[in-house]
Design a protein. Structure first.
Length: 277
């Protein structure tokens, strides 16, 4: 499953909508990014997100805070962005540092600007099947599965990983599509035998080649959300691709979808806030 082509198409649609908005409302969508500290990976992610947005005609406003910032300071910054009518979407780059209450910081994002889908409001809306913004990587995974015509109803979907931004929400989205969902995590007993029963497998662990190809059920749909040093995923692609019916490569599978969904959701948020859609 090729995420590059689909992400390009989603970005193209978002870009056209942003240009249309500029004509009709006299303003383009604006995404605010907030970075705490100078972790090299986070700096790179934020730079990539901003540059993609700018190329698509989305304005970006960047706030960089020192790693010494307090929870109160970060909450104050995010609350100001939430109240600013010129900002339509807010992205707080994770992680923010151990001394900060990350949940409090996320919750300072106004729900209608939560284009990264990180607030409790967004998670609840997504879980109830109500309108709202999905977490970007899970939302991208569902779009990819739809693109390839994967029928999820009645399928056994196994999600390995239960993080708030990836494992948990992707499981809820799969459940919403009538899959029978099993979550696995670091305390799961007998993980390989559960993986072997997956019609649809989502790997979201963060360990290189953690899932062996020999554990993939023949014909299964394999989504590898992992992205580890050396550009490798959580699934051993070379052995898994011979057994899987469909599989995402790393890179070029799930990764590009995350930014495309962020961009699309920013345009959607702006349209809503400007009364255009
Ligand atoms: P995370 O917060 O570290 O969560 C990892 C999950 O894997 C946890 O739920 C953990 O279980 C589980 N786990 C760890 N060791 C395990 C083991 N031995 N057996 C079973 N489960 C185990 O990571 P994350 O943020 O969800 O990210 C996961 C991966 O996705 C990373 O490679 C990350 O780079 C990638 N990612 C990619 C994108 C993208 O845009 N492509 C976006 C986000 C993340 P416990 O809960 O029990 O600790």
């Amino acid at each position: 499953m090729n995420g590059v082509d689909l992400a390009r198409r989603i970005t193209g649609t978002g870009s056209a909508a942003a240009a249309d908005m500029r004509e009709r409302a006299g303003t383009a969508p604006c995404l605010a990014t907030v970075l705490v500290g100078d972790d090299p990976a986070s700096v790179t992610y934020v730079r990539m997100k901003r540059s993609r947005c700018e190329k698509a005609g989305i304005l970006s406003r960047h706030v960089s805070l020192p790693s010494s910032v307090s929870t109160a300071g970060l909450v104050e910054t995010i609350s100001a962005l939430s109240a600013d009518p010129k900002v339509h979407g807010i992205l707080l780059q994770h992680p923010v540092g151990k001394h900060i209450d990350e949940r409090a910081a996320f919750e300072a994002i106004a729900p209608d600007k939560d284009v990264d889908g990180v607030t409790m409001h967004s998670f609840a809306a997504m879980s109830f099947g109500l309108p709202g913004f999905a977490s970007c990587t899970p939302g991208g995974i569902l779009r990819l599965l739809d693109e390839y015509g994967v029928d999820l109803a009645g399928k056994h979907a196994v999600v390995v990983g239960r993080s708030a931004i990836l494992g948990k929400p992707v499981g809820m989205l799969l459940l919403g599509r009538d899959a029978t969902v099993t979550y696995c995590h670091s305390r799961t007993v007998g993980l390989p035998s559960i993986v072997r029963e997956a019609d649809v497998l989502v790997a979201a662990v963060g360990r290189p080649r953690f899932i062996a190809g020999s554990d993939i059920k023949p014909g299964a749909v394999v989504v590898d959300a992992g992205y580890n040093p050396g550009n490798v995923g959580d699934v051993d692609f070379e052995t898994a691709r011979h057994r899987a019916g469909l599989i995402t490569p790393v890179p070029g599978g799930v990764g590009p979808m995350t930014i495309a969904v962020l961009l699309a959701q920013t345009v959607e948020a702006a349209a809503h806030q400007l009364g255009l859609g």
